[in-house]
Every structure is written in structure tokens, then in C-alpha cells.
Design a protein around this ligand. Structure first.
Ligand code: NAD
Length: 260
């Protein structure tokens, strides 16, 4: 039987005020974990969100603002948490442009937020996990961590890097009660994907419906978006005792995209 009771564990979820991060936070809280949720902003809604999660799931939830593009903020987030049994590296951004027109500042930001942040938070969290003799690192990579698309050079490079970092983290923690795995979602209709649709409509001269069907879901044999609930459930499974021997691997939640 899958042991999904995470009561007594503290989970830090980066970039968790929307989309997949929020879905993972919901799923961990439903499994009983206390939470530190995060974004780079610090608005009233962020604290209200923490209170709402705490009230609905009967767990402790704190909001900590930290900019995942900055190494010091990544490490300060873990320090502010105080403990870190579960680390979900989820914060991410995207930009689409040909390599020879790709803005340097976008390349730097994508590599910092999508890849380097996971290095910094993991480096800060591992000593706490070793002290506790138990830990779970789950990196939200992407189908683009295993395969590529044109015009997404920084995103594809960063997500391939996340998959590599996942394997190294697993090897350095093997046998210590700590696992590290990556979830590789296909398309999930979150704000990051919504933001791409108008550009894709212009690029392909297509309606919104055609962009979704012909540009996005055509890559997923299932013909359906994955949901944030499905990513959340996968994260809970990876944090469960059933998954204690699963480390250094990737789990695709992509409707068959990477099987093609
Ligand atoms: P989203 O835009 O809803 O979520 C991104 C999150 O990252 C937000 O909470 C945002 O506040 C946070 N964030 C952005 N910059 C930050 C910064 N500098 N510091 C701290 N937080 C920051 O999009 P999403 O789809 O939920 O993306 C979450 C993760 O899932 C990303 O890593 C993304 O690459 C990955 N992913 C998404 C899809 C998809 O189809 N939606 C597919 C594969 C992988």
C-alpha cells in the first residue's frame, strides 16, 4: 500500500503561488505536510493563500518571498524555513525566440531561475536532510528536459540541466535516507502556457483553439493537458515511503509525448 501520510514533514515549494507549484503544495498539504510556499513577490494575496491552504488542510503554512534568480535568496529561503524535509524545486519561466535573436537577459534569467536555483536550494537543504536522516528532493523539470523544441534554447538547456542535477544529487545522497527525482510534465494549462498562446497565434496565424490542438496537444498522444492535480499526486508519491528506493530518475507526466 502506498504510504502517503506526510504529517510532521516540512515541505518547501519554490514558485508556489500559481500553477503546478500551487497544485503540488495543495497535494502535499492534503497528505498532511506543513508548508513553506514561495514566490519572488510579497503581496497580500500570497499571505492569504498561505492562510487558505492552512485552514483547508489543517497544516501550518508560511509564505516566504525569495527571488529564485538570486543565489542568496535561494539559500535564505531554506534558512527561513529552518527545516526542510521535502524540497520541491518548481519555480520557472519561459521565453521563446530563435537562438540568434535570443535576448541575453532572458537566457541569463531562465538559466538562473529554472536551473541554478535548484542547485542553490538543494545545497542549502541537504545538510538539514542529512541531519534528519530523511529527505526528498523533487525537481519539476519538463518534457523539454528529455527532448527539444526549436526556439526554446534556454528552457531546453535549463531543463536538461535539471535532469542532470537530479542524477548527481541522487548519487551524492544515496543510502542516506534521501532521494532526488525529477517530474517531467508535458503541457499543463497554467499561466506560463497561457502566456505563450497569443505569441503562438501570431507566429502560426492560428486561432487559440488551433494553437492548443495543433501546436501543443499534437505533441501529446493522449490529446489532453496534464493537470496540476496529477503533478501534485506524482510529487506526493515520490515523497512517500513507497518511493524510498526510487532515486535519480525522471517520471514523465506527458500523455505519451516522450514515448514517441
Ligand atoms: P506558472 O507561471 O504558473 O508558475 C511559475 C511559478 O514560478 C510562479 O509561482 C511564479 O511566481 C514563480 N516564479 C517565477 N519567477 C520566480 C522567481 N524569480 N522567484 C521565485 N518564484 C518565481 O507556470 P507553471 O506551468 O506552473 O510552471 C511551474 C514549473 O513547471 C516551471 O518550472 C515550468 O518550467 C514547469 N513546467 C510547466 C509545464 C506546463 O506545461 N505548464 C510543463 C513542463 C514543465
Amino acid at each position: 500500500m502506498v504510504e502517503q501520510n506526510l504529517a510532521g514533514k516540512l515541505a518547501v515549494v519554490t514558485g508556489s503561488n500559481s500553477g503546478i507549484g500551487l497544485g503540488v503544495a495543495e497535494a502535499l498539504a492534503a497528505a498532511g505536510a506543513d508548508l513553506v510556499i514561495n514566490s519572488f513577490t510579497d503581496r497580500d494575496e500570497d499571505h492569504a493563500l498561505a492562510k487558505d491552504l492552512a485552514d483547508r488542510h489543517g497544516v501550518e503554512v508560511r509564505y516566504v518571498a525569495a527571488d529564485m534568480s538570486k543565489a542568496a535568496d535561494c539559500r535564505a529561503l531554506i534558512a527561513a524555513a529552518g527545516r526542510c524535509d521535502i524540497l520541491i524545486n518548481n519555480a520557472g519561466i519561459q521565453h521563446v525566440a530563435p537562438i540568434d535573436e535570443f535576448p541575453q537577459d532572458k537566457w541569463d534569467a531562465i538559466l538562473a531561475i529554472n536551473l541554478s536555483s535548484a542547485f542553490h536550494t538543494t545545497a542549502a537543504a541537504l545538510p538539514l536532510m542529512r541531519k534528519a536522516g530523511w529527505g526528498r528532493v523533487v525537481n519539476v523539470a519538463s518534457a523539454h528536459g528529455l527532448t527539444a523544441s526549436p526556439f526554446k534554447s534556454a528552457y531546453v538547456a535549463a531543463k536538461h540541466g535539471v535532469v542532470g542535477l537530479t542524477k548527481v544529487t541522487a548519487l551524492e545522497t544515496a543510502g542516506q535516507g534521501i532521494t532526488c527525482n525529477a517530474i517531467c510534465p508535458g503541457y499543463v494549462l497554467t499561466p506560463i502556457i497561457e502566456a505563450q498562446i497569443p505569441d503562438q497565434m501570431k507566429t502560426h496565424n492560428m486561432s487559440r483553439e488551433d494553437v492548443i490542438a495543433k501546436v501543443m496537444l499534437s505533441r501529446q498522444p493522449s490529446g489532453q493537458f496534464a493537470t496540476v492535480e496529477q503533478i501534485g499526486g506524482t510529487a506526493v508519491f515520490l515523497c512517500s515511503d513507497t518511493a524510498a528506493q526510487i532515486t535519480g530518475t525522471t517520471i514523465s507526466v506527458d500523455g505519451g509525448w516522450t514515448a514517441l
